[in-house]
Design a protein around this ligand. Structure first.
Ligand SMILES: [Zn+2]
Length: 333
């Protein structure tokens, strides 16, 4: 990407934390900090806290030239206007434009994108995509899924984000998997979305429901259900717990169905999985099982010609992707 001297101030603003960093041209984080997202304190205070974190990063740079500010946010956002559209995890910012709120005071050009889309961009250039290129495998199209509290993702085609008309393409958590009228409710207000079936929240909810409805023996019986997490279910799965096996098998099957729909739509040659639930898949060695279920439902040998691997950049991927977005905007000039 850009070889221009200077650094980028990047932020990843999610429901729990606003993480801010200074990133160099190689995507390395030179300085980083995080503050809790002050949920419930009103939009004005939310904006003030975010702005202070960015000013702190700008001040750290001293005389080093700043090429721009890149912000990755949780939720649907119009990338041109910077306006949020009912972001489930930052609801107080609904209808607000971060560009309008901050541009005058922060001076440097501000670029905004969806956090999962920007994580996909980072994985393409500097994470999983780079790993593939290092072993001589070209990556043209990358499909990224992050599966944690919710499900998000992005598609990168030949190095560029697939944006859509308003920058909101690839809301892959909300593709419909279960179309029955009794399908699980989703945060978006719909039913049967991928997010409602395979997210960490969904796995915990399915398990709590099963525990209250069934009398079968399970090692999860004694667990405090108010604190039950998807990781507890994966741990019980590893121990051979039959209830957890049933739930995780259902999750793998729904996830495979979702990914095969996405492969038919985008024809990726690399599928990358990130997020907390992915850690569970890794510790239980379920990636091979998932890949074979996906392949079984694909229509052609060419669609089946893809690799699947875990994300490589961890929690930093949103900020690294935000910095790459700023660099790519400079190349467009
Ligand atoms: Zn949904």
């Amino acid at each position: 990407m850009s070889s221009q001297a200077g650094v980028i101030v990047a932020m990843d603003w999610g429901g729990s934390w606003a993480r801010t960093s200074v990133v160099n041209h190689a995507g390395e984080l030179m300085w980083t900090t995080r503050v809790p997202t002050p949920q419930g304190t009103g939009s004005e205070n939310m904006l003030r806290v975010g702005e202070e974190a960015l000013l702190q990063a700008i001040s750290w740079c001293q005389s080093t030239p700043i090429l721009g500010i890149g912000i990755a946010v949780a939720g649907p956002i119009d990338v041109e206007s910077g306006i949020f559209y009912t972001p489930p995890n930052l609801l107080e910012l609904n209808g607000i434009s971060l560009i309008e709120a901050w541009q005058d005071r922060l001076i440097y050009p501000i670029h905004i994108g969806n956090d999962a889309t920007l994580a996909a961009l980072a994985e393409y250039h500097l994470g999983a995509g780079l790993c593939q290129r290092k072993v001589g495998r070209d990556v043209k199209t990358l499909l990224y899924l992050t599966i944690s509290t919710g499900v998000g993702g992005g598609v990168i085609d030949r190095g560029n984000i697939l944006l859509g008309a308003h920058g909101m393409a690839a809301e892959i958590g909300h593709i419909k998997i279960d179309t029955s009228s009794s399908a699980d409710l989703c945060n978006c207000g719909g039913r049967g979305c991928l997010e409602a079936l395979v997210s960490g929240t969904a796995i915990a909810r399915k398990t709590v429901n099963a525990l209250s409805n069934r009398s079968e023996t399970t090692i999860l019986k004694d667990i405090d259900i108010t604190r039950l997490s998807s990781q507890d279910v994966f741990t019980a799965y590893s121990a051979g717990d039959s209830l957890s096996e049933r739930i995780i098998n259902e999750v793998i099957s729904d996830l495979a169905r979702g990914i095969s729909d996405l492969i038919h739509s985008f024809n990726p040659d690399l599928v990358v999985l990130g997020g907390g639930v992915t850690v569970g898949l890794s510790t239980t060695n379920l990636l091979g099982n998932l890949k074979s279920q996906i392949s079984d439902s694909l229509m052609s040998e060419r669609h089946k010609d893809f690799e699947i691997m875990y994300a490589q950049l961890g929690d930093s991927s949103g900020m690294i992707g935000a910095s790459l977005m700023v660099q790519s905007s400079l190349q467009d000039i």
